[in-house]
Design a binder for this molecule. Structure first.
Ligand code: ZN
Length: 290
């Protein structure tokens, strides 16, 4: 069970959200058959999306993170609803590159550094909010921090981690995001920086059996924290045959009539690998609607 918790300091100066997304990232790996480094890259992006989505207000709101750094993985996309339920995909799920100079999976090498991180928030208004920043490191956590600083002017500390076993299964995955509130005091940021000096990595904390709540207390050890809310997010896709039918309609009449000659038309969801089949009769009926 993946778990997410959001806490606030009792002095009202900051919030922290932490997540254990091990099961979500395991499910992602099962669906997309990602190699180790792409599991780490997409796993970090999905974890960030889940935490950023969980704070959105409004039942039908969603957030989409897209990072494209011209690396061998191609673009990566993660979408979350307002409960932190996520789905995502990576253009090239199988990337094999050497470990980086720290002996870790080279996420920045897979993602690339020459491109942008785009954040799209659909809050159910007419126009979605779109923020875009140049990629800072391609390691994703730094890029998320930069997004918050540049696009939302919120001082943020973000850490993300995915530990992948030799057999490609996911050992642990999770992260945290600390954000100062407008009520932050002058020394709040110093206090946060003091706290996070020398803390263990996210994967180390999770491997040690810490819950997201434990992580919040460990990371912000000198703050008094109280729980705002918790959720149990999942890897969840919202695709349906109806959605794909709408997509097919955008192809136009000629294309559809052409497709009706095929014995069967199969479309596959990028996010969950679900396949939807349309008979020539169904395709012809769609063409007639146009
Ligand atoms: Zn789907």
């Amino acid at each position: 069970m993946s778990k997410l918790v959001r806490m606030i300091s009792t002095d009202g100066t900051l919030t922290v959200i932490a997540a254990d997304t091990t099961e979500i990232i395991s499910e992602m790996q099962r669906i997309h058959m990602t190699s180790r480094v792409t599991s780490a890259a997409l796993g970090r992006l999905l974890t960030a999306a889940s935490m950023m989505g969980a704070v959105l207000k409004g039942k039908d709101s969603s957030i989409t993170l897209r990072i494209n750094g011209e690396g061998p993985a191609g673009s990566l996309i993660a979408v979350s609803d307002n409960e932190g339920n996520v789905r995502g995909y990576v253009a090239n799920p199988i990337v094999h590159i050497p470990l980086n100079d720290k002996g870790k999976l080279d996420v920045a090498g897979a993602v690339g550094k020459d491109g942008t991180l785009t954040v799209m928030k659909d809050l159910g208004m007419k126009e979605p909010y779109i923020g875009q920043i140049p990629i800072v490191s391609g390691e994703i956590a730094e890029d998320i921090t930069s997004y918050f600083a540049v696009s939302e002017q919120i001082p943020t500390v973000c850490a993300l981690g995915v530990l992948v076993n030799r057999d490609n299964s996911i050992a642990v995955a999770g992260g945290f995001i600390i954000q100062l509130l407008p009520t932050a005091l002058e020394d709040t940021i110093d206090q946060v920086e003091e706290c996070i000096k020398g803390i263990p990595s996210v994967t180390q904390m999770l491997a040690d059996g810490m819950t997201p709540e434990d992580m919040c207390h460990r990371v912000l050890s000198t703050f008094d924290l109280e729980v705002l809310d918790t959720s149990v997010p999942e890897y969840k896709c919202n695709c349906s045959k109806e959605r794909f039918t709408k997509g097919l309609l955008t192809l136009g009449k000629d294309e559809l009539l052409d497709m009706a000659n095929d014995p069967v038309t199969e479309v596959k969801c990028h996010f969950c690998d679900m396949k939807y089949r349309f008979t020539p009769d169904e395709i012809r009926k769609l063409a007639e609607k146009i």
